[in-house]
Every structure is written in C-alpha cells, then in structure tokens.
Design a protein. Sequence first.
Length: 230
Amino acid sequence: MTLSPELALWRKTQRSALLERRCAASAADHARWSAAIEAQLRQAFVLDAPWVVGFCWPYQAEFDARPFAAWLHARGVQTALPVVVAKGQPLEFRAWWPGVAMAPGVYDIPVPVDTDVLVPDVLLVPPVGIGAAGDRLGYGGGFFDRTLAAIAPPPITIATAFELSRVPTTHPQAHDILMDLVITEVGIEGLDDGALQRLDTVQAAARVQALAQARSLPRAQMARVQMARA
C-alpha cells in the first residue's frame, strides 16, 4: 500500500482541504444535508433480519448515521461499529444498539464495550473525499481498505458523503476498493462500468438486491441455507 511521495502529498493536501470545508459547513446546512441522506437511506435500503449493517460513529462533521442505525435496529437488523484493534490490521466490528455501554477508542471515538464481534453485510462508509469512479479518500490509515480486502464475500459498500466532498478523482491505486453506491444530499449513485450513475430509490433498492444475490448476502441467511442442505 505504499504511495509515491507525490501522491501521498497530494492526498494529504486534499484531505486537509476537504476536512476544512466540511467542518466549516453551518449547523443548519449539516442538519439539512443529513436529513436528506437519511430519508433516502430509509427509502432505498429497507433491510431487516438477518442483515448486519456496519456504520461509523460521526467524526469531524461526518454524516451522522446513528438515527438510521437505530431505525434499522428496531427492524431487527444487527448494527455494528468499527474498532481499531491494532495498527496495520483490519477493523473489528462490534454489535451496537441504542443505549449500549460505550468507551473511548482510538481518537476518543466511542466504541461498544464487550459486545459480539460481527461481520457486516452492508457497510456505510463516510469518506473524506469521493471521486467520480466511486473511489474514496479516507483519513490516511488504510483501515477500511484492509478491512474490505479481508472480508469474503465483500460487504455492499455505501459511501455517505456531502456534495462538498466531491473530487474528480482520488487517483485510486490497485489496493483502493471502490464503493458500490454513493449517497449524498442530492441523490444516490451506483457504480457502472467504472463510473457513478444516478439511481432513483427503486433502482438503488434493486441494485442492493442484485449485489446481495451475487455475493450470497446476508451471510447469516446463506449459512442457514447451507446448513439445511448439509
């Protein structure tokens, strides 16, 4: 995962500029954009048991996925938060629900205390920057790329970003994993032939089902089917 010095500097500069732009957004704009994203998530991604959805505790003015996660949990979906277990290692996802005991983790981001370790079928990823090919600029630690590379079959990845996070490209490398879908306050896009294409909520729901079938998701359901056949 070694980057050239030039690309590493470019990404660092872009990351700083994008974070500054996002953190400078007004509270009113942030609330309006977040409400639009959550409304589209609820329309297009109506999941229930036995799905497992991973999401992130909001950090540096990211979209706050907690209300959507709580809504999913009320429908019987298992929800989970990422935990950094060691530098250079994939993330671990621990079960979360409203009111669960939490403790400060890396960067003081809260993580669940002593809950079950789960493997996400769907992962909501909050990028710092999002490119036109579904490429993602993160915080620079490489945790999500290592995590996605380690999970088989891979989860359905949904980038949740504000429009101000758009960049023409992040200059993705071979190890960079593209997002399956991107959702902003403006709408939903899916990755088709290396480029993002606009989808309505019905098309987005159909895309999720197609990806689920292609990847044998959710895992718990497929495991039960395999056990029944054995």
